[in-house]
Design a protein around this ligand. Structure first.
Ligand code: MGD
Ligand code: MGD
Ligand code: MO
Length: 704
């Protein structure tokens, strides 16, 4: 079913799409010669990309032709784990042994003992979730709750706004005040940063709210360096001042919001002095921020998922997203808040994923953020793990447990990837995946409003297969006879969207395929909620949420402190709050096996404030141990006032086997979940740091 790539001419150009898990979803112009990708450039005719690429993707041929690309199916010979050795087998053998093993597990235990594990390593709609979902639904495998990134924030935002919809990013150039709230745009949303720079040239003031002085913060007018996990307190403090000083849009509140009186009462419990103490700020910072927010027009809040990784991560997005309805900022096209644009797309998930194929009652659900725990303790036990689009041994929290779980001798593990990742070292069968340049796909975005088609530029390398074709073939092996298992990739693209939706007016799969990309049919320069019309149950911006009340949660915004700080005994032993945001040259773990980008990032490092370094006898550029009760990893200390005292920062996500000590920062992160959405709490993590030569320092024990 894999379409052969077009016959190579001398040199030709193909329209591609960057498939990585990034808001920018860039349009690519891929230059191909003799069946080989020569060059990748940003498409000039795609407004959000505007001919510009990040460094990672500009060097994409190095990823495609990396000498370590997996080209054939492999079977492990010898023990699981780092250094695992594999031998080449045929696809025939691989598919037969997977089908046999899955059938046996389903018969002897239950299909629920089989767990698919995937995330957004490929974010195309086909690559992310289509034939694979159909396969596991039909098999009756456990469902996977995909919580590792955004589920908390998405739920908190949805409770307030109704869907992942915010201001149109293109409009931000006209904002006069932009709050970059927990997002390092230069690193993780470069094309939005371009628009912010244009706004700045036109006179906008930029304020960053971030515990670290990041590269983006350097370019802002002001930095509010709050403590991690205190964003909802800051937002409530701003509300307090807005209410106290009557900087409200009463008309907007009256017509387009729900629950103002209750919110008002809540916010009055958060005077700036209290908030400053919680956030580790000066009272004047809270007051001035609120005054700027309440008086400057238009005002845009760009937030992202950086603030949804502590215990109160859902509440953080919920609370921050209440602000624009209080001041009427939504009235301006360049005002409001933006978490993600993904809720604008009429994706037909039911058609792509076919949940109707699942047996009834529906199989159990495994939360991907607790995979370590569940591999060790779930009942009934997990007997098979099928990993694709993800690298859980490196990216999931509390890696020590993940490793112990996936190392189980009785666990059958299949990994489908482009590379032999840390997770692949534990595979019984390791299968080669194509890159996006070797397959067809269709894309939405979470950082702009365009749809795009990714055309294959070259033939699959070696015997690599796209996710769709892998599961198509496996379905045949399993004897699944439903017609949907024979859908081609072209069929899947056609099924991916509800083309009759007004937001796709004038578009069809054929037209999109011919044109390459199109903007959703949403008015340009418009404000989505200028006249209210929120996609919530009440149609209003919900300061008070019945949905949350029904889920047993507080219906009102509030501050939920980071879980680990609430435990004073723990905080005494592990006094430093560790955050581990993405490195500029890596995309999660992708590109983190590239010699070029490893050289740029040098080695795993941890930023520590001079005061914290001095009290621990830590010297710059020396290796330190970062540890807590869960584990330990090593990094190079970078003494810097970019972090505040009490906060340390290590960029992520390094491959364990490419790190000097064979571990990474997820050794110390926790599997506890967020208040909403069952999300991971990567940045709710207390640690201690000691110089490595000091021996078994501090109160910590050595890692398991
Ligand atoms: N280059 C690159 N780009 C990426 C990624 C990558 O790995 N590399 N990852 C992609 C993915 S999967 C995602 S989800 C997005 C993430 O995109 P973002 O959520 O925007 O992530 P970051 O750019 O790290 O910005 C998070 C910022 O939040 C700060 N921060 C941490 N904790 C808190 C807090 O409690 N409060 C506040 N106010 N700030 C806090 C961090 O210091 C960091 O500067 O980026 C995507 N883009
Ligand atoms: N400590 C800490 N941990 C974190 C984070 C953090 O900030 N700090 N961020 C978290 C976040 S936001 C996220 S989203 C997760 C990301 O975690 P992952 O989704 O695991 O990360 P990626 O590196 O994006 O992709 C995983 C793998 O997918 C493979 N892949 C790419 N395309 C395809 C394909 O078409 N088919 C198949 N089969 N495989 C493919 C890539 O080669 C890569 O090995 O990590 C989380 N972990
Ligand atoms: Mo993410």
């Amino acid at each position: 079913m894999v379409k052969p790539a077009p016959k190579p001419a001398a040199t030709h150009r193909v329209r591609g799409v960057c498939p990585h898990d990034c808001p920018d979803t860039c349009a690519l112009t891929v230059t191909v010669s003799d069946g080989r990708v020569l060059k990748v450039a940003g498409a000039a005719d795609h407004a959000p990309t505007a001919g510009v690429l990040c460094t990672k993707v500009a060097f994409y041929p190095e990823r495609i032709y990396h000498p370590d690309r997996l080209l054939h199916p492999l079977r492990r010979v010898g023990p699981k784990g780092p250094g695992a050795r594999f031998e080449r087998i045929s696809w025939e053998e691989a598919l037969t042994s997977i089908a046999e093993r899955l059938r046996r597990i389903a018969a002897e235990s239950s299909a629920e003992s089989i767990v698919p594990y995937s995330y957004a390593g490929n974010s195309g709609l086909l690559g992310y979730g289509s034939m694979d979902r159909r396969f596991f639904h039909r098999l009756g495998a456990a469902q996977l709750d995909r919580t590792i990134c955004a589920s908390a924030g998405a739920m908190g935002y949805r409770a307030t706004i109704g869907a992942s919809i915010g201001f149109d990013p293109e409009n931000v150039v006209d904002a006069r005040l932009i709050l970059l709230w927990g997002t390092n745009s230069i690193v993780s949303n470069l094309h939005f940063w371009r628009l912010v720079q244009e706004a700045k040239r036109r006179g906008a003031r930029l304020i960053a709210i971030d515990p670290c002085r990041t590269a983006s913060v350097d370019k802002c007018d002001q930095h509010i360096a709050l403590l991690p996990g205190t964003d909802s307190a800051l937002a409530l403090g701003m509300m307090h001042v807005l209410i106290r000083d009557d900087l409200l849009d009463h008309d907007y509140i009256l017509h387009h919001t729900l629950g103002f009186e209750a919110l008002r009462e809540r916010a009055l419990a958060y005077p700036p002095e209290r908030v400053a103490a919680i956030c580790g700020l000066h009272t004047a910072e809270v007051e001035n921020l609120a005054h700027a927010y309440g008086t400057i027009r238009p005002t845009a809040i760009r937030t992202n998922y950086g603030i949804n990784r502590t215990a109160g991560g859902g509440m953080a997005l919920r609370t921050v997203s209440c602000l624009p309805a209080l001041t009427g900022a939504w009235r301006d096209p360049a005002g409001g808040v933006l978490l993600s644009t993904s809720g604008n797309y009429p994706v037909n998930e039911a058609a792509l994923e076919r949940p109707d194929l699942m047996p009834k009652p529906a199989p159990r659900t495994i939360n991907m953020s607790r995979i370590g725990h569940d591999l060790l303790h779930a009942q009934p036990p997990i007997k098979a793990l099928f990993v694709y689009n993800s690298n859980p041994v490196a990216v999931a929290p509390q890696a020590g447990e993940v490793v112990r779980g996936i190392a189980r001798d009785d666990l059958f593990t299949v990994v489908h990837d482009l590379f032999q990742t840390d997770t692949a070292d534990y595979a019984d069968l390791l299968l080669p995946a194509t890159s996006h340049m070797e397959q067809l796909d269709i894309h939405k975005s979470y950082g702009h409003l365009h749809l795009q088609v990714n055309q294959p530029a070259i033939a699959p390398l070696g015997e690599a297969l796209p996710n769709t074709e892998l599961f198509r073939r496996l379905a045949r092996r399993m004897g699944f006879s439903e017609a949907c298992f024979t859908d081609s990739d072209d069929d899947l693209c056609r099924q991916a969207f509800d083309w009759d939706d007004p937001r796709l007016a004038g578009l069809s799969w054929e037209k999109l395929k011919a044109d390459g990309h199109a903007r959703l049919n949403l008015p340009r320069g418009a404000a989505p909620f200028a006249q209210g019309g929120f996609p919530t149950p009440s149609g209003k911006c919900e300061f008070s949420s019945d949905m949350l009340a029904r889920a047993g949660l507080d219906p009102l915004p509030d501050f939920i402190a980071p879980r680990e700080w609430r435990q004073s005994a723990l905080a005494a032993r592990f006094p430093l709050a560790l955050i581990t945001p993405p490195a500029r040259n890596f995309l999660n773990t992708s590109f983190a096996n590239s010699p070029r980008f490893l050289a740029q990032e040098k080695s795993p490092s941890v930023l520590i404030h001079p005061v914290d370094a001095a009290t621990r006898g830590i010297t710059d550029d020396h290796t330190v141990r970062i540890f807590n009760e869960r584990g330990e990893f090593h990094a190079r200390a970078v003494i810097s006032d970019r972090v505040r005292p009490g906060v340390v920062m290590a960029t992520s996500i390094w491959w364990r086997k490419l790190s000097p000590d064979g571990r990474n920062c997820n050794e110390v992160t926790s599997q506890e979940l967020t208040d909403m959405g069952g999300g991971a709490t990567f940045y709710d993590c207390l640690v201690e740091i000691a110089s490595r030569d000091e021996g078994p320092g501090g109160a910590a024990t050595s890692p398991a």
